[in-house]
Structure formats: structure tokens, C-alpha cells
Design a protein around this ligand. Structure first.
Ligand code: NAG
Ligand code: NAG
Ligand code: NAG
Ligand code: NAG
Length: 442
């Protein structure tokens, strides 16, 4: 990222305020602002800095691009790390734009000519006397002048993420606003326009987040099981970070929190199609890649097809559930598992049994049936009674486990972990003759 904006900032400040800097240095401190008001817009070279100096908002231009954007980046990190872009799809052609509050109380980015609106906050509430403040969380919020209540924000950048999820941001659904907040990649390292890749929560069945290339799913996180996404056993809470999934009457979202203000963390969709978590290591002053997906063959969505299980500890990586055989033997032998597996012995419903599979990533669950009020025994009974039920397990593995999730479709996108990695038990329906056999056929 170029530093031109910063330089302009200096020159402009200097030409206007040099005499002040010489005669009254304390006055210059007052020039660091964290807010825009109706009478105090933000012009091209200037920036806002959050009160604790964690984040900065201003105009920037990716290297040699000739395009200008309003964005937010970390104040203290020398290598500009942009976490949010207002006008990602509508760049300015120079840095002479102005970010201001319009007569209707909304935020407007207008170009140098002053007449063309490049971007706006579109809050439609028509509230006057608004203030747009950059907070230390990295959230840029539009609020009434004397109202700092979070519920009353008229608009906030956290509701309109770019490619990055910061601590406290929500990935997911708000039924009051109808927003399903998600992150989407830049087009390239120097073009923040919306790229092909996105990471979005699906709240049907058990909540699960999917990484997509355009409309095609390329990676599923696995269902949220009360502690983590079941396909991300590495997601263990530590002293540094906690992950949570929040379900209320109006909201369903994933979020995370850091416990030490000097350590930064961000979850991001890269322009090359990876979901990546970075940690800022304050002592070494680098962004360290902490986790990413897809990381191996078994992270590829539906790698082993229906009723197939992917296991990186075996070669080839696909195996069929017990009682199943490859649907397309030739492709399977040539290590293309996508056609999956078919049942060898027909089920007869009444006499079927269930096999527990340990350390599993749960099957894709968007069409699964969930009842948080019943336990595992009742769950098994419900599954057994329903002849189309193919598998069941607890919907929440916190403590001893609770709730019931039941699949009545093909089982897709399953993965086998080791005891050390984690994963959870899945009970799959098999013919009576397959009960008690080794849980996999090869
Ligand atoms: C900047 O671009 C605007 C159009 O977006 C144009 O009206 C203005 O003249 C340009 N200013 C400079 C200094 O190039
Ligand atoms: C899972 O169970 C725990 C303990 O009973 C509970 O606190 C938590 O809210 C549950 N999580 C979900 C997503 O239902
Ligand atoms: C936070 O991190 C800093 C720098 O790494 C360390 O010095 C400090 O002790 C940590 N604070 C807490 C509360 O862990
Ligand atoms: C089985 O369960 C599914 C999902 O809840 C339901 O749609 C279906 O009607 C049930 N079938 C029977 C026979 O109960």
C-alpha cells in the first residue's frame, strides 16, 4: 500500500498549521479526531484515529492502482493492513474526495468535484444531528449526537464487512435488520472490489459456515456443536482467544474475542480463496498465519461423496461407511471419491441398528432436523421410528452433551479425525447384519 495519503496529510497540515506547530504545539494534538460531524467532514488527506489509537480511517490507494478508497486499518502497524473498505466497488480516481454527513444524517463519500456520490451509508432513517465515530474495536458507527448505546446505532461498518472479521464482529444473521453479515474476498491483492470468494453462515439445521467460490461451496466448517465448528477441531479456546456462537430470538452469529489488547487477530477470506486466521505477534511485529482452510484434501467439500468419509491418515483418503460400497468402483479406484457410496444391504427400518463413529466431522446439516429439548436416548428412538433417518447425535456436545440432531438425507462432507484432533460421535443407521462389524469397509 502506498503512503501517499500519509504524506499528503503531512503537507496539508504543514501548510495550514505550521505556524501553529511552531508557536503552540499543544494545539496540534486537538487535530487528531475520531469523529465526523455535520460541520466537520473528512477531506482527502486527513484521517480519523480511534480514541485509544488502535484504528485509523482515511483515504488510501493500493499500490500504483490509480484508485482511491476510504478504509480502516490498524494505527500501529507499519505495513498498512486494511480491514474494511467503504467504496470497494466504486473507487475514486484521485484523493480529493470528501467523507461527510449529509443533510439527511447519512454518511456520504463525494468526489473532488463535490457533486457525485460515490458511496453512502444508506441508513434511510433520516435522523439529523448525527456523528460518525471510529471506535477502538475498528467499528465505524453512525449514531445520534448524544447517544452511544450500541442498540441505537443508525449504521455501523461491522454490519457491512469487507474481507475481514475482527474481534466483536458478527458473522451471521440478524432477523430484525434482515442482514446476514458475511466476509468476501478482494479481487486481488491490490483491488478491494468484491472477489469470487465468500464465507457465510447458513443457519438452517445446525449452523454451519461455508466458503464459496461464486455460488459453489468449496469448504464447509462443519456444524456448530456447542463448542466449535465440528470440522475445525483446532478451534480450541485458549488464554488468548475465545470463539462463540450466539443464538437469541433475533440473532444467530459466530464471533470471537481476544483477551489481550496488544494481540490482534483477524479472520479473512483471501483473494486466492482461503479462509485464514492471522495473529499479530507484538514482540516480532508480524502477522502470523495461525490457521487456514482448506488445508488438505479432506477439507474439500464433499470430497468422498454421499456416505463417504474422508481420512487423511489412510491412502487413498476416501472410505465408505460400513454396509456401503463405492457407487462408481472405477472412479473410486482412480481416487476420485465424489460419487460416494451406496448401501449394500437394504434397511428394513424396524430391525436396523446404529453404529457409533468416533471423532467425526458431522455431515452437512442444512436439512437436518434439530430438537434441542431432547437427549440422546430419545434422539435414537426418534431416529429409529423415522425410517428415512440415516444418522443422529447430540446437537450440543458441551458438558455431557444435549439436544438432538437427526439427518433424513444422504450423509455428506464427513471427515474422520484422530482422538488427538477431536471430533465427535455420530450414530449412523445400518442394517441389522452390519451392526457389530468393523465400522468401515474399504
Ligand atoms: C479528482 O477527480 C474528480 C472526479 O472524481 C475531478 O472532478 C477532479 O478535478 C479531480 N481532481 C484532480 C486534482 O485531479
Ligand atoms: C450448549 O449447552 C450449554 C450447556 O448446557 C449451554 O450453555 C449452551 O448455551 C448450549 N449451546 C447452544 C448453541 O445451544
Ligand atoms: C498482554 O501481552 C503483552 C505483550 O505481549 C504482555 O506483556 C502482557 O503481560 C499481556 N497481558 C495479559 C493480561 O496477559
Ligand atoms: C422423518 O423426519 C423428517 C424430518 O423431521 C420428516 O420430514 C419426515 O416427515 C419424517 N418421516 C416420518 C415417516 O416420520
Amino acid at each position: 500500500m502506498s503512503n501517499t495519503a500519509g504524506h499528503r496529510h503531512c503537507y496539508r497540515l504543514c501548510s495550514t498549521y505550521c505556524f501553529l506547530i511552531l508557536v503552540a504545539p499543544t494545539l496540534t494534538a486537538a487535530l487528531v479526531l475520531d469523529s465526523i460531524t455535520p460541520t466537520q467532514p473528512l477531506a482527502g488527506g486527513d484521517t480519523l484515529v480511534s480514541s485509544g489509537a488502535l484504528f485509523e480511517l482515511g483515504f488510501f490507494t493500493p499500490e500504483n492502482s490509480g484508485r482511491w478508497y476510504v478504509g480502516i486499518w490498524y494505527k500501529e502497524i507499519e505495513e498498512k493492513t486494511v480491514v474494511w473498505v467503504a467504496n470497494r466497488d466504486t473507487p475514486l480516481i484521485n484523493a480529493t474526495g470528501v467523507l461527510k454527513i449529509g443533510e439527511d444524517g447519512n454518511l456520504y463519500l463525494v468526489d473532488g468535484g463535490g457533486n457525485n456520490t460515490i458511496w453512502s451509508s444508506e441508513n434511510r432513517q433520516g435522523t439529523r444531528n448525527t456523528v460518525a465515530e471510529l471506535l477502538d474495536s475498528g467499528n465505524f458507527v453512525l449514531r445520534r449526537e448524544n447517544d452511544r448505546e450500541e442498540e441505537d446505532y443508525l449504521w455501523q461498518s461491522f454490519d457491512h464487512p469487507t474481507d475481514t472479521l475482527l474481534p466483536g464482529m458478527k458473522l451471521g444473521w440478524d432477523s430484525k435488520t434482515g442482514l446476514n453479515r458475511y466476509i468476501s474476498s478482494w479481487k486481488s491483492a491490490t483491488d478491494p472490489a468484491k472477489g469470487d470468494f465468500s464465507f457465510k453462515l447458513d443457519v438452517n439445521g445446525l449452523p454451519e459456515a461455508f466458503l464459496r467460490k461464486k455460488d459453489d461451496i468449496i469448504y464447509g466448517s462443519g456444524a456448530w456443536n456447542g463448542i466449535r465448528f465440528s470440522g475445525v477441531p483446532e478451534m480450541k479456546p485458549t488464554d488468548v482467544i475465545t470463539f462463540s456462537f450466539v443464538t437469541t430470538k433475533d440473532e444467530n452469529y459466530y464471533t470471537f474475542e481476544l483477551h489481550n489488547r496488544t494481540i490482534f487477530s483477524k479472520l479473512q477470506v483471501s483473494h486466492s480463496g482461503y479462509l485464514e486466521r492471522y495473529m499479530w505477534i507484538p514482540t516480532n511485529r508480524i502477522w502470523n498465519k495461525f490457521w487456514y482452510a482448506p488445508a488438505d484434501q479432506c477439507d474439500n467439500y464433499k470430497e468422498c461423496g454421499p456416505y463417504g468419509i474422508c481420512d487423511t491418515d489412510i491412502s487413498p483418503v476416501c472410505k465408505c461407511l460400513v454396509g456401503f460400497e463405492p457407487r462408481n468402483k472405477q472412479a473410486w479406484d482412480l481416487r476420485d471419491g465424489r460419487d460416494g457410496c451406496v448401501r449394500v444391504h437394504d434397511l428394513n427400518c424396524e430391525n436396523d441398528g446404529f453404529l457409533p463413529l468416533n471423532y467425526m466431522k458431522l455431515p452437512e446439516s442444512s436439512r437436518a432436523f434439530v430438537d434441542t429439548a431432547v437427549g440422546l436416548d430419545e434422539c435414537m428412538a426418534m431416529c429409529k421410528r423415522n425410517c428415512s433417518c440415516t444418522a443422529y447425535t447430540n446437537s450440543n456436545i458441551t458438558g455431557g452433551g444435549s439436544g438432538c440432531v437427526m439427518w433424513t438425507t444422504e450423509l455428506l462432507d464427513m471427515r474422520q479425525y484422530t482422538a488427538a484432533e477431536g471430533g465427535q460421535v455420530l450414530y449412523v443407521r445400518v442394517a441389522a447384519s452390519d451392526v457389530g462389524t468393523f465400522p468401515f469397509s474399504f
